[in-house]
Write a protein that binds this ligand. Structure first.
Ligand SMILES: O=P(O)(O)O[C@H]1O[C@H](CO)[C@@H](O)[C@H]1O
Ligand SMILES: O=c1cc[nH]c(=O)[nH]1
Length: 270
C-alpha cells in the first residue's frame, strides 16, 4: 500500500501512482522535487551531503531546495552564473538514482566533485585528478549497456576543469580512473581481521600497472549513464590518500574547498 496516498493514488493529481514510474504528487521519488521545478542546467555532484556547505560558503547566493535520504540539494549563483549541487551518496546504486532524477528534471551538465584514492606513487594526497575515462566496476551502469561500452568524460568539460586548476594554481593529473562499487574488499582494504581482500588486491595491482590514476565509487556511473541520457559529464576528485605509498590525508576539507573553487570557476566556460 502507498502510505503517502493510501489508496495508491496521487494526492495531487488523483491518478494511480505506477510502481514502474512512482512519480507521486508530481515529484520524482527520491529527490522529491516537482517535475515543474526550474533547475539550473549545471549541477555539481559531491558524494557527501555535508559538502554543500563548502559550495554555500563560496557562492554569491545559495538556497537549499531538497533534503531526502542521501540527497541534499541546493541552487545558487557564482559571479552571475547559476548552478545546482546535489549529493549522490556513496556508490553506483545511489548515484544512478541521483543522475536519472536530475536528468528527468532537465539538468544537462553534471560534474562529480568528490574524493578518491590515488594509485600512482607520484600523485600527492591533497592534489586533484580529472578522469578522462573510467573502468566500469561501479555496478549500476551494467544494467544499461554491456561492459565494453566506454565510460568517458565530455572532453571539453574536462579541459575546462583542467584550465580552472591552472588558473587557481592547483596541482592536478588527468587520466583514466577506476570506479569500484566496494570501499573495502573491492578496493583491497581489510574488511575483518585476518581476511584477505583477494579480488581487490589483485585488481588494484593490475590497475596500477596499467597506469590507472585513481579509484572512487561513482565516476563511471555518471559518465556512462550520463552519456546515455544525453547529459554532459566530467569529474574533479581530491586525492584523499595514496594506495601506493599508503599515505592518508586525515583532514581533506582544505582540498575539498579548493576543489569547489575550481569547480565554480569552470562555470565561466560551460
Ligand atoms: O568523497 P566522495 O565524493 O563521497 O567520494 C568518495 O568517498 C566515498 C568513500 O569514502 C565514496 O563516495 C567515494 O567515491
Ligand atoms: O581510497 C578512497 C578514497 C576515497 N574514495 C574512495 O572510493 N576510495
Amino acid at each position: 500500500m502507498n502510505r503517502e496516498f493510501p489508496e495508491g493514488r496521487d494526492g495531487a493529481e488523483n491518478q494511480p501512482v505506477r510502481a514502474s514510474d512512482p512519480v507521486a504528487g508530481g515529484k520524482v521519488p527520491h529527490l522529491k522535487l516537482p517535475l515543474t521545478e526550474k533547475l539550473p542546467e549545471v549541477f555539481f555532484l559531491p558524494g557527501d551531503a555535508s559538502r554543500l556547505r563548502l559550495f554555500e560558503e563560496e557562492a554569491d547566493s545559495f538556497e537549499r531546495i531538497g533534503d531526502n535520504r542521501e540527497y541534499a540539494l541546493a541552487k545558487g549563483s557564482f559571479r552571475g552564473k547559476s548552478f545546482g549541487v546535489c549529493s549522490t551518496g556513496m556508490g553506483g546504486g545511489s548515484a544512478e538514482i541521483c543522475i536519472v532524477e536530475l536528468a528527468r528534471l532537465g539538468v544537462t551538465t553534471m560534474i562529480r566533485t568528490g574524493g578518491c584514492g590515488a594509485l600512482q606513487p607520484e600523485i600527492e594526497s591533497g592534489s586533484f585528478i580529472i578522469n578522462s575515462g573510467a573502468v566500469r566496476w561501479g555496478g549500476s551502469s551494467n544494467f544499461y549497456v554491456p561492459p565494453e561500452f566506454p565510460a568517458v568524460a565530455d572532453p571539453f568539460l574536462a579541459v575546462s576543469l583542467a584550465q580552472s586548476c591552472e588558473k587557481l594554481g592547483l596541482k592536478y593529473s588527468v587520466g583514466i580512473g577506476a570506479t569500484i562499487n566496494s570501499y573495502y574488499e573491492g578496493q583491497g582494504r581489510v574488511s575483518a581481521p585476518g581476511r584477505r581482500p583477494r579480488w581487490g588486491e589483485e585488481q588494484i595491482a593490475r590497475l596500477t600497472e596499467s597506469g590507472v590514476l585513481s579509484i572512487d565509487m561513482e565516476t563511471e556511473t555518471l559518465f556512462t549513464i550520463g552519456y546515455l541520457l544525453k547529459v554532459k559529464t566530467a569529474n574533479i576528485l581530491a586525492v584523499h590518500g595514496n594506495r601506493a605509498t599508503d599515505h592518508w590525508l586525515v583532514d581533506y576539507e582544505p582540498a575539498q574547498r579548493s576543489l569547489v573553487k575550481a569547480a565554480l570557476e569552470t562555470l565561466d566556460a560551460v
